[in-house]
Every structure is written in structure tokens, then in C-alpha cells.
Design a protein around this ligand. Structure first.
Ligand code: NAD
Length: 427
């Protein structure tokens, strides 16, 4: 029997949704937003919950619950990843979809916000089982996705292979080759060059911009990074290439520190060649816990793993002066206030990790045009979008005398509300 997860304070997505709503409220107040528009933006435009039967390799049937939420399509088709994780709930997907609306708006992409997920631990499934689950999920959400409706992408525990299975399912079901239905595809199937590295490169870009504005040289900057997957590892590589010292990294296997700096290229190679795909066994480093990593005396802390990592319980332990949110929602609303009171500068997720969706947008453009750009073109344009968003958010923070998170939401909410108002409420 499929048991639908009932939203409650006990589920991990609850806090994320509440944080997103609290940020929306703050921006609405600052903008003196129309109360009706405010109520509209508090809700998701469309929510689909699907039961997903999968025949397991052993022959029996398992049933998983999947979600696709479109928070807003006011500025364009919905855009947002698909997450396979046991803790996926409706509230988590709603919160992440709302963040996508505002992330696309802050970077001025002609896209709305959406998100999807399946409550499953894919590590406990075989590759064939994950393929069947992905294809069944795609078929179930097909009525509401499409290049002009809602364009999924990878997120936690999904990757370019998952996207390739989605392309295949849509192609088989519609009879039309459909690479533009998702982004984050393999390059040979119409993916964009530079998409895999885009989020981490964007995180590194905003970090270096903040350091530059504070007059701090990369060479005198010590960085700790939580999470060494797509976002964390590319951020580490890009910051190390710019001269920063990466003094600690971590993943599910724990934390690894080296006061003189970690050899990031070697760490990446270690993960690649380790059958467990973790940092476990990395040489020349001191083992620390993830909690110790978060509390390290560094200049910059980049949480790039999962949401809800810095909370009211550990906010007082944070010693970094700058936090750059590589992950979505790594700092809870309560921790955010505590850290702001202590003068910690937080570059918020909707700005800091927007590089991924910016290049996803480029991929969508390329797939629709069937004309593919060189890597240099992608990187040049990514920097233009990130720089423009960063400068606008910094300017708003000065005008409103507020933290960067609030400024980013002000920019985004203003743009989304303006698009919806100009279109006129239907009918
Ligand atoms: P990923 O699956 O590639 O990597 C996640 C990393 O976090 C892994 O190294 C994993 O071992 C580590 N991790 C998991 N639990 C941990 C824990 N308790 N403590 C420390 N490390 C832990 O995922 P990703 O694509 O790098 O995404 C990471 C975060 O960034 C997520 O919040 C995601 O939503 C967000 N994000 C990703 C992208 C993207 O383009 N991939 C874009 C925007 C935001």
C-alpha cells in the first residue's frame, strides 16, 4: 500500500518550505506587495502526486510516491530538478519549487519555478530498477511537462543518465525526438557543454566577487566546503585554481582537513577511483567530523551538501565570516537571523548556486535551436548572467539596507509579480 506523506513539522522539507515562505513574506513587506499577489505567490500553481509501481529484479512489486510541483509559470515554463531521496516530501518539493521561481527571476531567465522528486533511496535499487522507476515517473508526469510547460533537470541522486532515460520515455510516448524536454542531458544527446561544472563555477564566481569587494586576496583566503559531489567538488577546484586554500572538505563519509591546503585534484581523482565514490581513505589529511568542519575557523564556508545543515543548534559554533550557499536551503531561517546578527555575510542559494539553472537555460535554448555552443561561449555568458545578478542584488541590499538574501528575494519577487500583473489575471 502506498502511504502518502502528510506534511508535518517532523519532515525535513517542512523547515525549507517555511524558510522560503518567510523570505517571500519579508520581500512582500519591503515591496508593499499587493496582498492578493502575495497570497498567489505563497501557493504552488499546480501539484501532481503520483503512485509509481515498479517491478523489482526479484519479481515483486514496489510502489513509490512521486511529485512534480509547478510553483509559478508567470515568467515562463517551469524549471527545476528531480530529486531521488528517501526524505522527499510534498513540502520539500513545494519549497524547492518556490526557490526555483525566485532563482530564475533573480538571474532574469525567462522561466518559472518547478521541482520534482521521488521518495526512494536509489542506492538500494539496481540500475535497471532505477531506470524503470524513472521511466514510470516520466510517464506519470508527462501530462504536465514539456519544453513549453515545465523542463526538469538533475538534482540530488539524479544525473545525466536519468535525464537520458527521461528523453527516451518522452520520445517513445510522443513519437517525436524530444531532447528539449529536460536539461542536464549527456552532451551526445544534446546536453550543453559546461552544464556539469556550471553550479560550482557560479559558486566560485560569487565567492571571488565577495572577496574582491572586501579587498581580500584569494591567496590569503581559507575555505571549508561541506559536500564533495557535483557542486562541492567543482567549487573546490575553481576556488583552488583561483589561489584560495581549501583547508577542509567533507562528504557522507565524514570530514577531511589539511591546514596547508588540500590537493583538490587528487581528492577528485580519489572519489572517482574509489568504488564507494567517497573521500574515505584520502591520504595526507586529518579526519574530522562534518560538525567540526562547519565550526572551523575559516574565511569562507561553503555548505554544498543538503538543506538544513546550519540550524539554531549549531549557528553559534560557526566561525566563518562569509557563508556561500552552494546547496539549496543549507541555513535555516532561525540560523540565518542569528548569523546576520553576528555580522556573518551570507550569499544566498538563489544567487550563489544559480549557475546551474543559468546553463540549463542555455541548454534549453541550444536544444530548441538544434545549434550547440562552444564551451568558451557558455562560460562567457554564464559569467555575464552571474555578474549582472550579483551587482543587482548588492545594489538592492544597499538601497533597502538589508542582508543579501532579502535583497535577492526583493529583486526576484518584484520581477515575478510584475510579469504576472502585466499579463493580467486570467480570465
Ligand atoms: P551530489 O549528490 O552530487 O553531492 C552531494 C554531496 O553531499 C556528496 O558528496 C555527498 O556525499 C554529500 N553529503 C550528503 N550528505 C552529507 C552529509 N550529511 N554531510 C556531508 N556531506 C554530505 O549533489 P549536488 O548536485 O552536488 O547537490 C548538492 C546541493 O546543491 C543540493 O542541495 C542541490 O539541491 C544543490 N544544487 C545543485 C545544483 C546542481 O547543478 N547540481 C544546482 C543548484 C543547487
Amino acid at each position: 500500500m502506498t502511504v502518502l506523506k502528510v506534511p508535518s513539522a517532523a519532515n525535513p522539507g517542512h523547515e525549507l518550505l517555511q524558510s522560503a515562505l518567510a523570505q517571500l513574506d519579508r520581500a512582500a513587506k519591503a515591496l508593499n506587495l499587493d496582498p492578493g499577489m502575495h497570497r498567489f505567490l505563497q501557493q504552488s500553481e499546480r501539484t501532481l502526486i503520483v503512485a509509481l509501481p515498479v517491478t523489482m529484479d526479484a519479481g515483486h512489486l514496489e510502489v513509490y510516491t512521486g511529485y512534480r510541483v509547478q510553483h509559478s509559470t508567470g515568467r515562463g515554463p517551469g524549471k527545476g530538478g528531480i530529486r531521488f531521496h528517501p526524505s522527499v516530501t510534498l513540502e520539500e518539493v513545494q519549497g524547492l519549487a518556490m526557490l526555483m521561481t525566485f532563482k530564475c527571476a533573480v538571474t532574469d531567465l525567462p522561466l518559472g519555478g518547478a521541482k520534482g522528486g521521488v521518495a526512494v533511496d536509489p542506492r538500494k535499487l539496481s540500475s535497471n530498477e532505477v531506470q524503470r522507476l524513472t521511466k514510470r515517473y516520466t510517464a506519470a508526469i508527462l501530462p504536465i511537462i514539456g519544453p513549453e510547460q515545465d523542463i526538469p533537470a538533475p538534482d540530488v541522486n539524479t544525473d545525466e543518465q536519468t535525464m537520458a532515460w527521461i528523453v527516451d520515455t518522452v520520445t517513445m510516448m510522443t513519437g517525436k525526438h524530444s531532447p528539449e524536454v529536460v536539461t542536464g542531458k549527456p552532451v551526445e544527446l544534446g546536453g550543453s557543454r559546461g552544464r556539469t561544472e556550471a553550479t560550482g563555477r557560479g559558486v566560485a564566481f560569487v565567492t571571488l566577487e565577495v572577496l574582491r569587494r572586501q579587498g581580500k586576496e584569494p591567496a590569503e583566503t581559507r575555505v571549508a566546503i561541506q559536500g564533495f559531489g557535483n557542486v562541492g567538488s567543482v567549487t573546490a577546484k575553481s576556488l583552488a585554481a583561483a589561489g584560495c586554500r581549501i583547508v577542509a572538505i567533507s562528504d557522507v563519509s565524514g570530514g577531511y582537513a589539511a591546514p596547508d591546503g588540500i590537493d583538490v585534484a587528487r581528492a577528485i581523482e580519489h572519489v572517482r577511483s574509489n568504488p564507494a565514490r567517497t573521500l574515505e581513505g584520502l591520504a595526507g589529511v586529518t579526519r574530522i567530523s562534518n560538525a567540526e568542519l562547519l565550526a572551523m575557523d575559516v574565511d569562507v564556508l561553503v555548505p554544498a551538501a543538503l538543506e538544513g545543515q546550519i540550524t539554531r543548534d549549531n549557528a553559534h559554533e560557526i566561525r566563518a565570516r562569509i557563508i556561500v550557499e552552494g546547496a539549496n536551503g543549507p541555513v535555516t531561517a532561525e540560523a540565518d537571523r542569528l548569523l546576520a546578527d553576528r555580522g556573518v555575510l551570507i550569499v544566498p542559494d538563489i544567487l550563489a548556486n544559480a549557475g546551474g539553472v543559468v546553463v540549463s537555460y542555455f541548454e534549453w535554448v541550444q536544444s530548441r535551436a538544434q545549434f550547440y555552443w562552444e564551451l568558451e561561449e557558455v562560460e562567457k555568458r554564464l559569467e555575464i548572467y552571474m555578474r549582472r545578478a550579483m551587482e543587482l542584488v548588492l545594489a538592492k541590499a544597499t538601497v533597502y539596507d538589508c542582508p543579501l538574501r532579502e535583497a535577492a528575494f526583493i529583486v526576484a519577487v518584484e520581477r515575478v509579480a510584475s510579469a504576472i500583473t502585466k499579463r493580467g489575471i486570467f480570465p
